[in-house]
Write a new protein. Structure first.
Length: 288
């Protein structure tokens, strides 16, 4: 991959700069002084909340004793982090969701669990509009339509030259919660059946009779990325957990391992693709 999305680049750059500084046993104050910036500014760079000039990032890496390849990679990441993401044209998007769209844009796979709604990348416009209009912070049809437009644009990742690998596990409740009325739900279930036939989409339903499972607290997404062209730097997995007023972006290896185990437990309890689609057909039959 030649370039990372601004979000992925900024988060990866922050991680690499922090790890290399700590590995070199250099304090943030000394590093900031070397780069001619305030320690507070470097702290924001290392927490991915602000951007840094490519030349400054490269100078810091040299100060930390990094290889030429790493210094070059960091320069490219800092440059990519300063670009404007395509999704920023959708003004109604909450600031806390910007990061997720940036991560999804660059991802090569998503592993996702949904508690009671059809996955966003598999939704129809009508279904997505009904959900947006029900949100307490969406105040008009125009704002709801903008939310839907972004969701439809995101769905383009399921096709094209670099299709996203999507493995979604949905609670059976998603097939029965009637969003937008009977006609909208019928169209949604028809589209779900069609989208789950795509070669890059795996859809499993967690049936009610599967009993207890390890994700009773809610939905989550594990986001994975393709390799960066500089092999010395990797894009680590990110777990995304949304809570209404914001979201958590978890990147520690222990967090990734924890949610990977949860997803594995759900996968074992959910129906396989064939039986899941049969359950979708059964739900769809209620609307015919």
């Amino acid at each position: 991959m030649a370039d990372a999305s601004p979000t992925v680049a900024r988060r990866t750059l922050a991680r690499v700069l922090r790890q290399r500084r700590e590995g070199a046993r250099i304090t943030a104050a000394k590093a900031a002084s070397h780069a001619g910036m305030h320690a507070a500014t470097l702290s924001k760079v290392e927490s991915a909340t602000t951007r840094i000039q490519p030349g400054t990032a490269q100078a810091l890496m040299k100060y930390y004793g990094a290889s030429e390849d790493e210094c070059e990679a960091v320069f490219e990441l800092a440059h990519a982090a300063r670009q404007r993401g395509w999704w920023r044209t959708y003004k109604a998007t909450p600031a806390w969701f910007d990061a997720y769209v940036g991560l999804e844009t660059e991802a090569n796979s998503l592993r996702d669990y949904q508690t009671e709604l059809v996955h966003g990348l598999l939704q129809t416009e009508e279904y997505a509009f009904a959900l947006a209009r029900a949100a307490v912070d969406v105040t008009s049809n125009e704002e709801a339509k903008e939310h839907v437009a972004l969701r439809m644009a995101r769905q383009e990742r399921l096709s094209g030259d670099r299709p996203l690998e999507l493995h979604t596990i949905m609670n059976e409740a998603a097939l029965h919660r009637e969003v937008g009325g009977a006609q909208v739900m019928r169209s949604q279930l028809q589209q779900l059946r069609e989208r789950c036939d795509l070669p890059n989409v795996t859809c499993q339903i967690l049936p009610f009779d599967s009993g207890e499972h390890p994700a009773g607290y809610g939905s989550f997404v594990i986001i994975s990325f393709p390799a960066f062209q500089h092999q010395t730097i990797t894009f680590g997995d990110v777990v995304y957990v949304e809570y209404g007023l914001g979201a958590l972006y978890l990147e520690e290896p222990s967090d990734i391992e924890h949610f990977t185990k949860i997803f594995g437990g759900l996968k074992d309890r959910a129906l396989n693709q064939e039986k899941s689609l049969a359950l979708v057909e059964r739900a769809l039959a209620q609307y015919k």
